[in-house]
Design a binder for this molecule. Structure first.
Ligand code: ADP
Length: 580
């Protein structure tokens, strides 16, 4: 029987012109189908992927089973001048000590006088020896229009640009400059949920770094779009190799061999990401059907201090070299997993479902069908035979969905017990029952757990949008723990995406409903202090004995790049405290 006959259809993706090919490739591999505008209706897709932003109407008209790959107002941190402005605002609100990770920047033409003041002061204090500047047009990307200068007479501009202090002492590998492209997923803004991908890219300049020639872009810029045209691109460069990219794993193993404390570095990077995204929180309305993949460009200087250069709205996903293939295919697979598609999203019974929705400001669901039969709310032991049938059905759906997180809508054999619908004419009725759970994170939990069910007995809560996370979660009633079964707490790892925010119960609470930026910043501050002292402790312990060094080290092998199932930061503190 055709899947569509029972209302359960393959997941469908829609790509806007210019969307990366790797997205199509990965989705087809996962069994998705591509949206056909001529054949299908507006509501027939599950994922709409665009490289550019969406229109307001796209956000307004989104249906419960649909996801968009952008949040509404990301330009607040992805446009160079806006980012500079927002970080300045955060710096003055929360202190320069915390927000010291972005090079001083001036937006021209408006801030020319301000820049001139700083430039002149700098010239008089150290003769201008150590101060270099980099100019970047605010609207452009991929290194276009960028140039460096030391003397103000070389500053020319005819459009809006930012002048940033040039980090002139970058960490070098065999004389080559590099920066890190870190992939970050903002799963939601309210609650704020941030994942960082373990496997990013390291992007090299292809000519050796020298301040003697500021106009050699192959020496100063690390953009692939520039370096792939360099003469040395294909050459086998000392240590760096051919091309201009490494995977993050290769870089980590390089750091490891150099005996660098990479964990402290990763922690600092993670802080930069959180603190930067906090700047965007007030501008971004919550929309559980959206998710954002950002590319953070981080430069490490010779003292291992990471600097934020910029945040990319649609990080390049082209596959130019083997490192790209390794990193980007995994990344897209993981991002699809993070989008949390379930079997229910394959039910695009347009009219049937749409009828049950009314719009009030945003999509909200109002039941026009009766609530679930009481028996469905009962515990399995008290079920009647019909309810237990339903329960079996729901469990099967759930099990199936869990087993198929990567292949959520793969066909289910029609004769199998776990088949969701047995015939076309029965579909609406079954769907009706299951539709109660459209949007629920876990069908099994909500059908079998009677205590958690009680709040569903009111009409207003009987139907919910399918949220990537529940919209208004209760405070966790269980301790903040990676082993928790509480569905409100986002999983600490999805593929190679590691949850970096929230990182403890306090930050989780502070990021609900109205995100309490001040409280979160305080937690980040505390975390930094505690980690700092823990690292000092670790150093001391290392000096004391190599055996205990291993014990302490184990507790910090998790920050971003740890074991398969990393514990949460707070767990590490408590276990650290216990061992002291
Ligand atoms: P674009 O959006 O055009 O790529 P970026 O801000 O990412 O602009 O800058 C391009 C490259 O220039 C970076 O990848 C980095 O190599 C270099 N760069 C940018 N800003 C600085 C800076 N302040 N200090 C040192 N290098 C920088």
């Amino acid at each position: 029987m055709a899947e569509k006959d029972c209302g359960f259809a393959p997941l469908v993706f829609r790509l806007h012109g210019g969307a990366p090919l790797v997205v199509r490739e990965v989705l087809l591999e996962r069994g998705w189908e591509e949206y056909d505008e001529d054949e299908q209706e507006q509501g027939d897709w599950n994922l709409y992927w665009r490289s550019s932003g969406f229109r307001n109407s796209d956000f307004k008209n989104i249906l419960p089973w649909q996801r968009l790959n952008h949040h509404l107002k990301m330009t607040h941190i992805t446009r160079k001048d806006y980012l500079a402005r927002h970080l300045r605002r955060m710096k003055s609100a929360f202190g320069a000590a915390l927000y010291d990770f972005s090079p001083a920047a001036f937006i021209l033409p408006n801030e020319y006088t301000k820049f001139l003041g700083v430039y002149t002061k700098n010239r008089t204090t150290d003769g201008g020896r150590s101060c270099y500047w980099i100019c970047k047009p605010v609207h452009l990307s991929r290194g276009r229009g960028i140039y460096l200068f030391k003397d103000i007479k070389d500053l020319v501009y005819d459009s809006s640009l930012i002048i940033q202090r040039y980090i002139s002492n970058p960490l070098l590998i065999s004389g080559y400059k590099f920066d890190l492209r870190i992939y970050v997923c903002v799963k939601s803004f309210c609650p704020l949920v941030i994942y960082v991908h373990q496997e990013g890219l390291v992007r090299f300049a292809t000519e050796k770094y020298t301040l003697a020639s500021l106009d050699n872009l192959y020496s100063h810029l690390t953009n692939t779009s520039i370096n792939k045209f360099g003469l040395c691109y294909a050459m086998d460069k000392e240590r760096v190799g051919r091309g201009c990219k490494w995977t993050m794993s290769k870089f980590r193993s390089f750091l490891h061999k150099q005996d660098v404390n990479e964990l402290l570095l990763w922690h600092r990077i993670s802080n930069i990401i959180t603190l930067t995204l906090l700047a965007a929180v007030p501008c971004n309305p919550s929309n559980p059907n959206c998710l954002e993949l950002l590319g953070f460009d981080i430069l490490i200087d010779s003292s291992y201090k990471p600097w934020l250069l910029e945040v990319n709205h649609s990080p390049a996903l082209s596959l130019d070299c083997p490192a790209d293939v390794t990193v980007k295919k995994g990344l897209i697979n993981d991002i699809i997993d993070l989008m949390n598609y379930r079997m229910m999203d394959g039910f695009r019974q347009k009219e049937d479902i749409r009828k049950r929705y009314t719009r009030s400001g945003r999509w909200c669901l109002k039941p026009k069908i009766p609530l679930l039969p009481k028996t469905l709310h009962a515990t399995p032991s008290s079920s009647t035979s019909s309810s237990s049938q339903d329960t079996v059905l729901c469990c099967s759906v759930n099990d199936c969905a869990r087993n198929n997180s990567r292949y959520a809508s793969r066909p289910v054999h029609p004769n199998s017990k776990s088949t969701m619908c047995s015939g076309h004419e029965k579909a609406p009725q079954k769907l009706e029952k299951m539709n109660v759970e459209v949007g629920s994170d876990d069908l099994k939990l909500t059908t079998l757990n009677s205590t958690r069910q009680s709040h569903r007995n009111t009409p207003s809560s009987a139907f919910k949008l399918p949220s990537l996370h529940k919209h208004k979660p209760k405070s966790p009633t269980v301790p903040w723990n990676r082993r928790t079964q509480d569905r409100d707490i986002p999983p600490c790892r999805v593929g190679d995406f590691i949850l970096t925010f929230p990182f403890n119960e306090a930050t989780w609470k502070a990021s609900q409903e109205q995100v309490d930026v001040k409280a979160i910043v305080n937690e980040v501050r505390k975390l930094t202090k505690r980690l700092g002292s823990s690292f000092n402790e670790r150093k001391r312990t290392m000096a004391d004995s190599s055996q205990s060094c291993d014990a302490v080290r184990d507790k910090f092998e998790f920050l971003l790049w740890g074991p398969k199932d990393p514990p949460l930061l707070s767990e590490c503190y408590s276990s650290n405290a216990e061992t002291k």
